[in-house]
Design a protein around this ligand. Sequence first.
Ligand SMILES: CC(C)(COP(=O)(O)OP(=O)(O)OC[C@H]1O[C@@H](n2cnc3c(N)ncnc32)[C@H](O)[C@@H]1OP(=O)(O)O)[C@@H](O)C(=O)NCCC(=O)NCCS
Length: 202
Amino acid sequence: MAIFLIDFPPEDMERRLSDALAVYVDAMRYPRGTENQRAAMWLEHIRRRGWQAAAVVESKVGLGRKAPSAEELSDAPLLGVAYGYPGAPGQWWQQQVVLGLQRGGLPPDDIAQLMNSYFELTELHIHPRAQGRGLGEALARRLLANRDERNVLLSTPEAGDDEANRAWRLYRRLGFTDIIRRYHFAGDPRAFAILGRRLPLP
Ligand SMILES: CC(C)(COP(=O)(O)OP(=O)(O)OC[C@H]1O[C@@H](n2cnc3c(N)ncnc32)[C@H](O)[C@@H]1OP(=O)(O)O)[C@@H](O)C(=O)NCCC(=O)NCCS
Protein backbone atom coordinates (compact mmCIF):
# COMPACT_ATOMS: atom_id res chain seq x y z
CA MET A 1 0.00 0.00 0.00
CA ALA A 2 1.15 3.54 -0.70
CA ILE A 3 -0.22 6.75 0.67
CA PHE A 4 -1.23 9.71 -1.49
CA LEU A 5 -2.33 13.26 -0.79
CA ILE A 6 -5.05 14.41 -3.16
CA ASP A 7 -7.23 17.44 -3.77
CA PHE A 8 -10.81 16.63 -2.92
CA PRO A 9 -13.18 18.71 -5.04
CA PRO A 10 -16.80 19.31 -3.95
CA GLU A 11 -18.22 16.50 -6.09
CA ASP A 12 -15.81 13.98 -4.52
CA MET A 13 -16.64 15.16 -1.00
CA GLU A 14 -20.36 14.85 -1.73
CA ARG A 15 -19.96 11.42 -3.30
CA ARG A 16 -17.76 10.18 -0.44
CA LEU A 17 -19.38 12.10 2.38
CA SER A 18 -20.09 9.03 4.50
CA ASP A 19 -16.45 7.83 4.17
CA ALA A 20 -15.16 11.29 5.11
CA LEU A 21 -17.51 11.50 8.09
CA ALA A 22 -16.43 8.03 9.21
CA VAL A 23 -12.79 9.24 9.32
CA TYR A 24 -13.92 12.28 11.32
CA VAL A 25 -15.95 10.25 13.84
CA ASP A 26 -13.17 7.68 14.34
CA ALA A 27 -10.46 10.37 14.59
CA MET A 28 -12.44 12.37 17.14
CA ARG A 29 -13.54 9.17 18.91
CA TYR A 30 -17.13 10.33 18.78
CA PRO A 31 -19.89 7.77 19.12
CA ARG A 32 -21.13 6.11 15.94
CA GLY A 33 -24.13 8.00 14.65
CA THR A 34 -22.49 11.42 15.12
CA GLU A 35 -21.87 11.46 11.39
CA ASN A 36 -25.63 11.64 10.76
CA GLN A 37 -25.82 14.87 12.74
CA ARG A 38 -22.88 16.40 10.87
CA ALA A 39 -23.76 15.42 7.30
CA ALA A 40 -26.10 18.35 6.62
CA MET A 41 -23.56 20.84 8.00
CA TRP A 42 -20.70 19.45 5.90
CA LEU A 43 -22.94 19.58 2.80
CA GLU A 44 -23.82 23.18 3.55
CA HIS A 45 -20.12 24.03 3.98
CA ILE A 46 -19.27 22.50 0.59
CA ARG A 47 -21.46 25.14 -1.05
CA ARG A 48 -19.66 28.07 0.57
CA ARG A 49 -17.63 30.33 -1.69
CA GLY A 50 -13.98 29.32 -1.79
CA TRP A 51 -14.53 25.97 -0.03
CA GLN A 52 -11.52 23.67 -0.51
CA ALA A 53 -10.65 20.19 0.69
CA ALA A 54 -7.79 17.72 0.55
CA ALA A 55 -7.61 14.06 1.48
CA VAL A 56 -5.17 11.28 2.30
CA VAL A 57 -5.87 7.97 0.57
CA GLU A 58 -4.13 4.63 0.40
CA SER A 59 -3.79 2.72 -2.79
CA LYS A 60 -2.11 -0.46 -3.95
CA VAL A 61 1.02 0.08 -5.92
CA GLY A 62 3.04 -2.97 -6.77
CA LEU A 63 5.84 -4.16 -8.94
CA GLY A 64 4.86 -3.87 -12.56
CA ARG A 65 1.77 -1.86 -11.67
CA LYS A 66 1.26 1.64 -12.99
CA ALA A 67 0.82 4.53 -10.60
CA PRO A 68 -2.88 4.87 -9.78
CA SER A 69 -4.86 7.34 -11.89
CA ALA A 70 -6.50 10.42 -10.40
CA GLU A 71 -9.83 8.64 -10.78
CA GLU A 72 -8.60 5.56 -8.88
CA LEU A 73 -7.21 7.76 -6.12
CA SER A 74 -10.50 9.63 -5.74
CA ASP A 75 -12.15 6.27 -4.99
CA ALA A 76 -9.37 4.81 -2.82
CA PRO A 77 -9.84 4.15 0.93
CA LEU A 78 -9.74 7.42 2.87
CA LEU A 79 -7.24 7.86 5.69
CA GLY A 80 -7.63 11.57 6.24
CA VAL A 81 -9.70 14.57 5.30
CA ALA A 82 -9.40 18.32 5.75
CA TYR A 83 -11.41 21.26 4.52
CA GLY A 84 -12.07 24.93 5.05
CA TYR A 85 -13.37 28.10 3.42
CA PRO A 86 -12.85 31.86 3.61
CA GLY A 87 -14.44 33.58 6.56
CA ALA A 88 -17.33 35.96 5.84
CA PRO A 89 -19.37 38.32 8.01
CA GLY A 90 -22.61 36.31 7.79
CA GLN A 91 -21.01 33.17 9.23
CA TRP A 92 -21.90 32.09 12.76
CA TRP A 93 -18.29 31.11 13.54
CA GLN A 94 -16.97 34.52 12.51
CA GLN A 95 -19.64 36.30 14.54
CA GLN A 96 -18.73 34.23 17.60
CA VAL A 97 -15.01 34.91 17.23
CA VAL A 98 -15.54 38.66 16.70
CA LEU A 99 -17.69 38.71 19.84
CA GLY A 100 -14.90 36.99 21.77
CA LEU A 101 -12.30 39.46 20.48
CA GLN A 102 -14.52 42.42 21.38
CA ARG A 103 -15.08 41.03 24.88
CA GLY A 104 -11.32 40.61 25.18
CA GLY A 105 -10.89 44.32 24.42
CA LEU A 106 -9.09 44.02 21.07
CA PRO A 107 -9.36 47.37 19.21
CA PRO A 108 -11.70 47.36 16.16
CA ASP A 109 -8.83 47.98 13.71
CA ASP A 110 -6.97 44.94 15.01
CA ILE A 111 -10.13 42.84 14.78
CA ALA A 112 -10.61 43.97 11.19
CA GLN A 113 -6.97 43.22 10.35
CA LEU A 114 -7.42 39.67 11.64
CA MET A 115 -10.90 38.94 10.32
CA ASN A 116 -11.03 40.71 6.94
CA SER A 117 -9.07 38.04 5.13
CA TYR A 118 -8.78 34.56 6.60
CA PHE A 119 -9.24 30.93 5.69
CA GLU A 120 -11.08 28.96 8.34
CA LEU A 121 -9.45 25.55 8.72
CA THR A 122 -12.72 23.90 9.66
CA GLU A 123 -11.86 20.19 9.78
CA LEU A 124 -8.58 18.25 9.87
CA HIS A 125 -8.67 14.55 10.70
CA ILE A 126 -6.46 11.52 10.24
CA HIS A 127 -7.84 8.06 10.94
CA PRO A 128 -6.39 6.65 14.20
CA ARG A 129 -4.65 3.80 12.37
CA ALA A 130 -2.68 6.35 10.33
CA GLN A 131 -1.95 8.98 12.99
CA GLY A 132 1.56 9.79 14.18
CA ARG A 133 3.26 9.54 10.78
CA GLY A 134 3.25 13.18 9.75
CA LEU A 135 0.15 12.86 7.57
CA GLY A 136 -1.85 15.51 9.43
CA GLU A 137 0.88 18.07 8.83
CA ALA A 138 1.21 17.09 5.18
CA LEU A 139 -2.57 17.35 4.72
CA ALA A 140 -2.75 20.77 6.40
CA ARG A 141 0.13 22.01 4.25
CA ARG A 142 -1.52 20.71 1.08
CA LEU A 143 -4.79 22.45 1.92
CA LEU A 144 -3.17 25.77 2.82
CA ALA A 145 -0.51 25.83 0.11
CA ASN A 146 -2.27 28.00 -2.46
CA ARG A 147 -4.67 30.04 -0.40
CA ASP A 148 -4.51 33.78 -0.94
CA GLU A 149 -6.09 34.87 2.37
CA ARG A 150 -3.89 36.86 4.77
CA ASN A 151 -4.51 34.55 7.76
CA VAL A 152 -5.61 31.05 8.70
CA LEU A 153 -7.79 30.58 11.78
CA LEU A 154 -9.16 27.50 13.52
CA SER A 155 -10.85 26.45 16.73
CA THR A 156 -9.83 23.41 18.71
CA PRO A 157 -10.90 22.03 22.10
CA GLU A 158 -8.68 23.17 24.97
CA ALA A 159 -6.32 20.40 26.10
CA GLY A 160 -5.04 21.68 29.43
CA ASP A 161 -2.01 23.85 30.08
CA ASP A 162 0.43 21.26 28.75
CA GLU A 163 -1.39 21.15 25.36
CA ALA A 164 -0.53 17.46 25.31
CA ASN A 165 -2.28 16.12 22.27
CA ARG A 166 -1.37 15.64 18.62
CA ALA A 167 -3.62 18.39 17.32
CA TRP A 168 -2.04 20.96 19.63
CA ARG A 169 1.49 19.77 18.89
CA LEU A 170 0.74 20.01 15.17
CA TYR A 171 -0.73 23.52 15.36
CA ARG A 172 2.19 24.82 17.43
CA ARG A 173 4.68 23.19 15.07
CA LEU A 174 2.96 24.96 12.16
CA GLY A 175 3.34 28.27 13.99
CA PHE A 176 -0.24 28.87 15.15
CA THR A 177 -0.48 31.29 18.06
CA ASP A 178 -3.27 32.11 20.51
CA ILE A 179 -6.07 34.37 19.29
CA ILE A 180 -8.56 33.60 22.09
CA ARG A 181 -8.20 30.99 24.84
CA ARG A 182 -10.86 29.18 26.85
CA TYR A 183 -13.65 30.44 24.63
CA HIS A 184 -17.19 29.16 24.91
CA PHE A 185 -19.14 29.12 21.67
CA ALA A 186 -22.86 29.74 22.19
CA GLY A 187 -24.58 26.48 23.10
CA ASP A 188 -21.40 24.43 23.71
CA PRO A 189 -20.22 23.72 27.27
CA ARG A 190 -16.68 22.85 26.12
CA ALA A 191 -13.86 25.40 26.18
CA PHE A 192 -12.14 26.07 22.87
CA ALA A 193 -9.02 27.85 21.76
CA ILE A 194 -9.04 30.00 18.64
CA LEU A 195 -5.60 29.80 17.04
CA GLY A 196 -4.23 31.54 13.99
CA ARG A 197 -1.24 32.51 11.92
CA ARG A 198 -0.31 34.45 8.80
CA LEU A 199 -0.31 32.72 5.43
CA PRO A 200 1.59 31.37 3.65
CA LEU A 201 3.12 28.71 5.89
CA PRO A 202 6.91 28.68 5.75
C1 LIG B 1 -4.57 16.10 14.86
C2 LIG B 1 -4.26 15.16 13.71
C3 LIG B 1 -4.95 15.65 12.46
C4 LIG B 1 -2.74 15.17 13.47
O1 LIG B 1 -2.41 14.28 12.42
P1 LIG B 1 -1.24 13.17 12.62
O2 LIG B 1 -0.96 12.65 11.27
O3 LIG B 1 -1.65 12.23 13.67
O4 LIG B 1 -0.04 14.03 13.24
P2 LIG B 1 1.13 14.85 12.58
O5 LIG B 1 1.02 15.09 11.15
O6 LIG B 1 1.24 16.04 13.45
O7 LIG B 1 2.28 13.84 12.80
C5 LIG B 1 3.28 14.12 13.69
C6 LIG B 1 3.61 12.89 14.46
O8 LIG B 1 4.02 11.89 13.56
C7 LIG B 1 5.37 11.49 13.89
N1 LIG B 1 6.02 11.19 12.62
C8 LIG B 1 6.41 9.97 12.25
N2 LIG B 1 6.95 10.02 11.04
C9 LIG B 1 6.90 11.32 10.63
C10 LIG B 1 7.32 12.00 9.45
N3 LIG B 1 7.89 11.36 8.45
N4 LIG B 1 7.11 13.33 9.38
C11 LIG B 1 6.53 14.00 10.39
N5 LIG B 1 6.11 13.39 11.53
C12 LIG B 1 6.31 12.06 11.64
C13 LIG B 1 5.93 12.65 14.66
O9 LIG B 1 6.94 12.19 15.52
C14 LIG B 1 4.75 13.16 15.42
O10 LIG B 1 4.51 12.35 16.57
P3 LIG B 1 3.92 13.04 17.90
O11 LIG B 1 2.62 13.71 17.57
O12 LIG B 1 3.75 11.88 18.82
O13 LIG B 1 4.93 14.05 18.35
C15 LIG B 1 -4.69 13.71 14.01
O14 LIG B 1 -3.92 13.20 15.06
C16 LIG B 1 -6.16 13.59 14.32
O15 LIG B 1 -6.98 13.44 13.42
N6 LIG B 1 -6.49 13.61 15.64
C17 LIG B 1 -7.85 13.46 16.08
C18 LIG B 1 -8.76 14.48 15.53
C19 LIG B 1 -8.35 15.87 15.88
O16 LIG B 1 -7.96 16.15 17.00
N7 LIG B 1 -8.46 16.75 14.89
C20 LIG B 1 -8.23 18.13 15.08
C21 LIG B 1 -9.43 18.66 15.77
S1 LIG B 1 -9.47 20.35 15.87
